[in-house]
Design a protein around this ligand. Structure first.
Ligand code: PPS
Ligand code: ADP
Length: 409
C-alpha cells in the first residue's frame, strides 16, 4: 500500500484554503490551475471567462508524488488535517483541484469571531442593505462610516482582514470600532492575505459580497510602524567556508554586544547546533539545508520577540539562505547576511582543525570548497575577507553599521 498523500501549505495558502472552504471565495471551490492563474493575472478572468481578480494557487514541490485523481490531505503546520484536495492537474509548480473541509477544531487568536459567509448572511436576513467595511488597520473616521450607513439605511458589517503577525491587532481595532458604531453592527474575522493594491481592493470587494455586502468601503491602508531599529528583531547571519572566520567573528560580535548591554543576544554556535538541534544530520545537501533551516527557525523565533540572533553556519546554498531571510522578515525582523569571503586558499592555509588536509586526502567526503559546492552570495549585506585582518577589525566591520543603523546603541 502506498503512503497517504499529504501536504502542509504555507501561511498564505492556508489563509486562502480557509476562504475557499468557507465560501468566501465563491464561485471558487478549489485551488486554480496554472491556466486559470495566468488568465486571471493577465485579464482578470478565469480561463472560462468568469471574472475573478486574483490567483488562488497552491504550490507543490516537483518531487511530491501527487497526480491527477489523487486525494491529498492538507495539514496545518501543527499537523491538524484541515481539508482534502482532489488533484485535477499539476503544472508550473501548481497543483489544482477542489477542496473539501475536514472537521478540524478551530484555533488561533480570535478564532471564535470567524463565521462563514452563509452564517453571516443568515444573521443579516434577506433584502437588507449591508455596508461592509474591510480593514487591515485602525479605521480613522467612524463618523463617516456611521453617516454613510444611515444614508443607505444599511447595517454595518466590519470585516477585519486578519493575516500574519499583525492579525490580532486588526481584530482588536475592529472590536474597538464596533463599540463606537451603531448598535447592530456585525463583525466577523476574515483571514484574507494581502495582494498587490488594485487586486487586493477588488478581492476585498468580492469577499465582502460573499458575506452579503451591498456596499463596500475599504478602510485605510495600515500605517506600518515597524518600531525603531533598536527594538526590532535582528538576525546577523554569517556564511562562508570552513575556517573563514565565521565563529571567531560571531563570538567577538556577541561579546561586544554583551559588553554594550543594550540588546539581548542569542548566539547559535555552529558546533552546539550540530551537537543538539541538528544531532544526527550529515553533510548531504538535504541535511545541510535542514540544518540551516532549523538554525533560521530558531533565530527567527528569537527575533520575533525583538531579540538579536547571531548564527554562523557554512550555509552553502543560496536558495536556503534566501528561505531563512524570508522566514526572518516574515516575523517583522531584519536580516543581515554577512559573507565571510576569506578565500579557500587562506582557509586551507589556516586549517585549524586539520579538516582540509583530511578532505584532500579523501578522508572526509563532500567537504565544502574541496569536494562540495559553496554558492557565493549575491545578496550579501556585508562582505568580509579576513585575510590579514585582525579579529577586532573584522568584528567592527559588522558592529559599526549596526550602531550607525540604530540597531545597537
Ligand atoms: N563535509 C563537510 N563539509 C563542511 N564542513 C564539515 C564537513 N564535515 C565536517 N565539517 C565541519 O562542520 C562544520 C560545518 O557545519 P555547518 O553546520 O556550519 O555546515 S552547513 O551549514 O550545514 O553546511 C565545519 O565547521 P566550521 O569550520 O566551523 O565551518 C567543519 O568543521
Ligand atoms: N580577522 C579574522 N577574523 C576571524 N578569524 C580570523 C581572523 N584572522 C585570523 N583568524 C583565524 O581564522 C580561524 C577561523 O576559524 P573559525 O572562526 O573557526 O572559522 P569558521 O567558523 O568559519 O570555520 C581562527 O583560527 C581565527 O583565529
Amino acid at each position: 500500500m502506498t503512503a497517504p498523500l499529504e501536504w502542509t501549505p504555507d501561511a498564505r495558502e492556508l489563509a486562502d484554503l480557509e476562504l475557499l472552504l468557507s465560501g468566501a471565495f465563491r464561485p471558487l471551490t478549489g485551488f486554480m490551475s496554472s491556466a486559470d492563474a495566468h488568465s486571471v493575472d493577465r485579464s482578470g478572468v478565469l480561463a472560462d471567462g468568469t471574472r475573478w481578480p486574483a490567483p488562488v494557487t497552491l504550490t507543490l514541490p516537483d518531487d511530491h508524488p501527487a497526480a491527477p485523481g489523487d486525494r491529498v490531505t492538507l495539514r496545518d503546520p501543527e499537523g491538524a488535517a484541515l481539508a482534502v484536495l482532489t488533484v485535477t492537474g499539476r503544472s508550473d509548480g501548481f497543483v489544482s483541484g477542489p477542496v473539501e473541509g475536514l472537521d478540524a477544531p478551530e484555533h488561533g487568536p480570535f478564532a471564535r469571531l470567524r463565521r462563514t459567509p452563509a452564517e453571516v448572511r443568515k444573521e443579516l436576513g434577506d433584502g437588507r442593505e449591508v455596508l461592509a467595511v474591510t480593514m487591515r488597520g485602525p479605521l480613522d473616521d467612524l463618523d463617516e462610516i456611521t453617516a454613510t450607513a444611515e444614508e443607505l439605511g444599511a447595517t454595518i458589517l466590519l470585516l477585519p482582514l486578519a493575516f500574519g503577525e499583525g492579525g490580532p491587532a486588526v481584530v482588536r481595532a475592529a472590536l474597538k470600532a464596533r463599540d463606537r458604531l451603531p448598535q447592530g453592527t456585525l463583525l466577523t474575522v476574515v483571514p484574507l492575505a494581502p495582494r498587490e493594491q488594485a487586486v487586493d481592493l477588488e478581492l476585498r470587494e468580492r469577499v465582502a459580497e460573499a458575506y452579503g455586502a451591498t456596499e463596500h468601503l475599504a478602510g485605510p491602508e495600515p500605517v506600518s510602524l515597524p518600531g525603531p531599529p533598536h527594538r526590532r528583531g535582528l538576525v546577523v547571519f554569517l556564511t562562508g567556508l570552513s575556517g573563514s572566520g565565521k565563529s571567531t567573528i560571531a563570538r567577538g560580535l556577541r561579546d561586544a554586544l554583551l559588553e554594550r548591554g543594550s540588546r539581548t543576544v542569542t548566539y547559535l554556535d555552529g558546533d552546539v547546533v550540530r551537537r543538539l538541534l541538528s544531532a544526527g544530520l550529515t553533510f548531504s545537501k538535504e541535511d545541510r539545508d535542514l540544518n540551516v533551516r532549523r538554525i533560521g527557525f530558531v533565530a527567527a523565533e528569537a527575533a520575533r520577540h525583538g531579540g538579536l540572533a547571531i548564527c554562523a553556519p557554512i550555509a552553502p546554498y543560496a536558495a536556503t539562505r534566501e528561505e531563512v531571510r524570508a522566514m526572518v522578515e516574515a516575523v517583522g525582523a531584519d536580516f543581515l547576511l554577512v559573507h565571510v569571503s576569506t578565500p579557500l586558499q587562506e582557509c586551507e592555509r589556516r586549517d585549524r582543525k586539520g579538516l582540509y588536509a583530511k578532505a584532500r586526502a579523501g578522508l572526509i567526503p563532500a567537504f565544502t570548497g574541496v569536494s562540495d559546492p559553496y554558492e557565493e552570495p549575491e545578496d550579501a549585506d556585508l562582505e568580509i575577507d579576513t585575510t590579514g585582518v585582525s579579529v577586532e577589525r573584522a568584528v567592527r566591520r559588522i558592529l559599526d553599521p549596526l550602531i550607525q543603523g540604530g540597531w545597537v546603541r
